[in-house]
Design a protein around this ligand. Structure first.
Ligand SMILES: *[C@@H]1O[C@H](CO)[C@@H](O)[C@H](O)[C@H]1NC(C)=O
Ligand SMILES: *[C@@H]1O[C@H](CO)[C@@H](O)[C@H](O)[C@H]1NC(C)=O
Ligand SMILES: *[C@@H]1O[C@H](CO)[C@@H](O)[C@H](O)[C@H]1NC(C)=O
Ligand SMILES: *[C@@H]1O[C@H](CO)[C@@H](O)[C@H](O)[C@H]1NC(C)=O
Length: 547
């Protein structure tokens, strides 16, 4: 029954296909003309949608969802049960009060949705990964509709955003006969949140994971520690957060917090990829781990300040081995993001021991060689835990030797520069992830979602083989000026523009059509309690009422 009701949600979801929404958007900003999308409020747009003019009735009271007889999923799949519970509350906010009474099904109504998981391995108890099959097919017909997916991951994506009518949201629904065949354009569709510049309460992280799922994002890139604070509570080195967090008890993520976040994400088909950025961006590590950072010198004596991780001490690598051994067991994803960006060489240059080491190694004054030596050892350490890694582009730029399956994360430069970088990285045979145009922490007046929407990770000079190395992209929300008070409205619906770029076909680029769908999608998020900011003048049927 859980499964049944989950997919009742699914079906109602499709109502939006049939409903020409009344979102009030008659005055639009320059360059955008008012048109209702023929796709209602679908976001991101499926790869293939076919709607007919045949309309069916749909009533929560007379509708049920069942596992298709052929389905390999059983009632024991708690991932689906859990999904049911969530969506039931979103889609039948009033049905709960009224109870689910099975009434006689009217003629020409959709009375049943059958859910058919086709793989013998449903992956119900597994974790999603970069090769997970997220495709699904949804056929809306009377009396029986069918949602078909290879694994649970596709079934989760097959949930369509449901629609609401302004005046009678929970009463009569109708739905056109519809066929959807859908799959993502890119396998890695991420959102980066930064919990070091400001601590983000768990509740905020979970709410945003939920919003990510509505937008079909599938990776939470957790930039968990950085210079300002170290909120990750390590079992092996508890002093790191004891000394390095903003507060050792109230501003940390305990092992059970981390576990809960990972499970919450899994149930939504979202991977959690943690980032432990070194050797730069590590000031907070130094507070709890003596001798980890390089002492900077002022003339002949230590200045009292510290620089990047000290790459010339054996103890550094002993520490890192133990630390990443723990990290590799705490985070189940196959990938760890190892950072490697923005290493400031000034402190290394000032330190006489480092100077001596440089001389012994024959590095001259090329400190990027020292950085490479360090990164190389970290990559080897992480490889030995059987994890793969992502790294920021500087590591590639500095010519560090990497495993062939390393993913290079491009974040720097203007459009020409990042496109050139994408060309270079893929010419070297590495997989690549784009973030440069999607630094959503940067804000400006007006509809900046449009530039976000226009950027395309495959727009660069390269062969087809090179284009195939683009695994996707990530929207980044760095935390210098962001905490729980403003994170959510800053992220949504601006990240939704990235979501559609990464999910939908590359030819889905019509700004007018996107505006119409996105405005409604944003209202849907608002109705569900996510304070997504407006695109422009207008209103939602259900305005945000605070928490
Ligand atoms: C749904 O059916 C109605 C009634 O036949 C029709 O007017 C409408 O255009 C259809 N919607 C779509 C998106 O095809
Ligand atoms: C992804 O998960 C599936 C199912 O568990 C597994 O067969 C596959 O090898 C995994 N792929 C990677 C790249 O880990
Ligand atoms: C550091 O490790 C290397 C290789 O294991 C060893 O040769 C060297 O003596 C060690 N240095 C110190 C200071 O312990
Ligand atoms: C691709 O190369 C051509 C010729 O060198 C150049 O004019 C163009 O700007 C390049 N495009 C991109 C996206 O870098």
């Amino acid at each position: 029954m859980y499964t049944a009701r989950l997919f009742a949600a699914l079906l109602l979801a499709v109502v939006c296909l049939a409903t020409q929404e009344e979102y009030d958007n008659d005055i639009l900003e320059e360059g955008i003309t008012l048109t209702d999308s023929q796709y209602g409020s679908l976001w991101p747009l499926p790869q293939k949608v076919q709607m007919s003019t045949v309309v069916f009735k749909l009533s929560g009271a007379s509708f049920q969802i069942v596992d298709a007889k052929e389905s390999s999923s059983g009632a024991s799949c708690s991932l689906l049960q859990n999904a049911y519970r969530r969506y039931f509350e979103y889609i039948f906010p009033s049905a709960r009060k009224q109870g689910h009474v099975k009434k006689k099904t009217p003629a020409s109504a959709v009375s049943e949705l059958q859910v058919w998981i086709t793989s013998a391995d449903t992956e119900c108890d597994g974790f999603p990964n970069v090769t997970s099959d997220e495709s699904y097919q949804l056929s809306v017909d009377s009396p029986v509709s069918v949602l078909k997916a290879s694994t649970v991951w596709g079934a989760l994506r097959g949930r369509r955003p449901w629609c609401f009518k302004h005046t009678h949201a929970h009463t009569k629904k109708s739905i056109n006969r519809t066929e959807i065949s859908d799959f993502p354009r890119f396998a890695h569709r991420g959102v980066l949140l930064d919990t070091s510049r400001h601590f983000l309460p768990i509740k905020v992280i979970l709410a945003n994971l939920e919003a990510m799922a509505w937008n079909k994002f599938n990776v939470f890139h957790w930039h968990i520690v950085d210079d300002p604070s170290f909120p990750y509570l390590s079992r092996t080195f508890p002093q790191l957060s004891q000394q390095g967090a903003f507060h050792p008890y109230t501003h940390v993520y305990t092992p059970s917090d981390v576990k809960m976040i990972i499970e919450f994400a899994r149930l939504r088909g979202i991977r959690v990829v943690p980032e432990f950025d070194t050797p730069g961006h590590t000031q907070s590590w130094g507070k709890g781990q003596k001798d980890l950072l390089t002492p900077c010198y002022s003339g002949a004596s230590p200045s009292g300040s510290f620089g990047p991780v000290n790459p010339i001490l054996n103890t550094t690598y002993e520490f890192m081995s133990m630390f990443f051994k723990e990290v590799s067991t705490v985070f189940p994803d196959a990938y760890i993001h190892l950072g490697g960006d923005e290493v400031d060489f000034n402190c290394w240059k000032s330190n006489p021991d480092i100077q001596k080491f440089m001389e012994q190694q024959g590095f001259g004054t090329d400190y990027s060689k020292l950085e490479s030596l360090y990164i190389q050892r970290i990559l080897d350490i992480v490889s030995s835990t059987n994890k793969h890694y992502l790294i920021w582009q500087e590591v590639f730029d500095n010519g560090v030797k990497m495993k062939a399956d390393t993913v290079i994360h491009v974040w720097k430069g203007n459009q020409q520069q990042y496109q050139d970088e994408m060309s270079r990285v893929t010419a070297s045979g590495y997989q690549v992830l784009l973030s440069t145009p999607w630094y959503l922490n940067r804000i400006s007046y007006g509809q900046d979602w449009q530039a976000t929407y226009k950027a395309d990770p495959q727009d660069f000079n390269g062969t087809d083989a090179q284009k195939k190395l683009v695994v996707g992209g990530e929207a980044c929300l760095w935390g210098e000026y962001v905490d729980a008070t403003n994170l959510t409205p800053r992220l949504w619906p601006r990240a939704s523009a990235v979501a559609e770029r990464l999910w939908s076909d590359k030819d889905v680029r019509d700004l007018n059509d996107a505006y119409s769908r996105l405005a409604q999608h944003r209202c849907r998020m608002v109705q569900r309690g996510i304070p997504a900011e407006p695109l422009f003048s207008g209103y939602c049927a259900y305005e945000y009422k605070g928490v």
